[in-house]
Ligand binder design. Structure first.
Ligand code: ADP
Length: 420
């Protein structure tokens, strides 16, 4: 029998309550009873219940002290007095100074990239800095380059959002009109050429948009990255730094990476070492896979606010599906003027087959396969829930009702089992 547990915590100024919800189908409700508290930079409203579900790893921080109540079963819950929040607040203050200068001098605000190995709190720091900026009345751009555990659209993409209000406690940043580009794998290593191509494209489009939006431009950009920091992973990071012309790199918890970047970045790039929070929880590969799955489920079904996706059949003959990347040949076998790497960003036609079951398909805004497909933003995703070779149809789960737009569909490696 499960009894609902009620726990009350009194937090002193500059401390945080950390808790995790682990057991399946568990729900924990958090409420601030008195004082002020924030969750990864978003203020909590006193007396309002917030729900957290399986997999949540949370810290409620207070600058001034507060009393917090938790209802439900938590795996861990404790108060920590040692946190790096003052250091993170100082980083925010320094970025804010640069934004003020940008406003006065009519230049661009700080472009900041957060880097570090997996599970050091990169996404959390990104969220905190964006929230603090927007709470100061700024409109920063959030760029997500983590194709494995990203927070924009579904995994296997890179994307950007203009942040106009703090992240919702339960649902994160509002996903209205994101810019999203197709990658189709969960690690940049699966196609470095394609990854660098779309990162450059995203940087280009953001630079263009900033030219037309002074407020966003002076507010700056905060970029979250993958936790792959060695070898080719390091090259991917330096390529992104160059593409976005970053001003600041925040390195979490990795001295080697800090020193390498200090050595390799031009002098005008400020490379700053930051401690990680003792609260950041390491995730196993199973937990990462579950988190990816949960993001895809949220994409189709919503989180707190439910969405109602549509399911319908589409004829094979009405579909134009492509995958990106032809098998690469040695340079000596390539036509004159083409490099072997060029094959990695080529579109290859895919005929519908049972192997497509459960795969995600990106719906491109491109008019046709010759329309610079990789440079086109995505309209969204559908999931193939069934393939019927006899009737020559696919059953599709889609956020939009039928028909499927008659455009290019890009095959992703990512799968989702729809058992709703
Ligand atoms: P990274 O982006 O480096 O992989 P995340 O920011 O996603 O790391 O953090 C890993 C996990 O730790 C997340 O589930 C996050 O909610 C949790 N977390 C981060 N900071 C804290 C903290 N101070 N207390 C408790 N959990 C935290």
């Amino acid at each position: 029998m499960t009894e609902v547990q009620l726990q009350e915590f009194k937090l002193e100024p500059d401390s945080e309550l950390r808790f995790e919800v682990e057991s399946k189908n568990e729900k924990v409700v958090l409420e601030v009873k008195s004082g002020y508290a924030e969750l990864f930079g978003t203020e909590l409203v006193k007396g309002k219940p917030y729900e957290f579900h399986t997999g949540a790893k949370v810290a409620v921080f207070t600058w001034h002290g507060c009393t917090v109540e938790l209802r439900g079963r938590t795996e861990v819950s404790y108060i920590a007095k040692e946190t790096p929040m003052v250091v993170y607040l100082n980083v925010h203050a320094a970025l804010e100074q640069q934004r003020v200068a940008a406003e006065q001098e009519n230049t661009r605000g700080p472009v900041t990239m957060v880097v570090g190995p997996g599970d050091v709190g990169k996404s959390t720091l990104t969220r905190i800095l964006l929230n603090y900026a927007v709470r100061m009345g700024r409109r920063p751009i959030f760029v997500e380059l983590d194709v494995g555990q990203g927070h924009i659209s579904v995994p296997g993409t890179v994307g950007a959002l203009l942040v106009e209000r703090p992240a919702s406690i339960e649902e994160g940043f509002s996903q209205q009109a994101p810019l999203v580009y197709h990658f189709g794998h969960k690690s940049p290593g699966e196609n470095l050429e394609l990854y660098n191509t779309i990162v450059s494209r995203l940087a280009e489009v953001i630079a263009e948009r900033c030219e037309n939006n002074k407020k966003a431009s002076t507010s700056g950009v905060i970029i979250n990255t993958c936790g792959w920091v060695k070898g080719a992973g390091y090259k991917v990071l330096t390529h992104a730094a160059q593409a976005f012309e970053v001003d600041v790199i925040l390195v979490l918890d990795n001295e080697r990476l800090y020193n390498e970047l200090k050595r390799d970045m031009p002098k005008f790039v400020k490379v700053v070492y930051l401690p990680k929070s003792g609260g950041v929880v390491e995730r196993s590969s199973t937990q990462r896979a579950e988190a990816r799955d949960a993001r895809i489920r949220e994409y189709f079904y919503g989180k707190r606010t439910p969405y109602y996706p549509h399911s319908f059949d589409v004829k094979f003959s009405d579909l134009k599906i492509y995958k990106v990347g032809a098998p690469s040949l040695p340079d000596s076998c390539m036509p004159l003027g083409m490099r072997a790497e060029d094959a990695l960003t080529k579109l290859v036609s895919v005929w519908p087959a049972p192997a497509l079951a459960h795969r995600l398909l990106a719906v491109s805004f491109a008019a046709g396969p010759d329309d610079h497909v990789l440079h086109c933003n995505l309209a969204g995703f559908v999931c193939v829930t069934a393939v019927d070779p006899e009737r020559q149809t696919l059953t599709i789960l889609s956020p939009q009702p039928r028909p499927l737009p008659a455009t290019v569909l890009l095959l992703s490696d990512l799968q989702y089992m729809d058992n709703h």
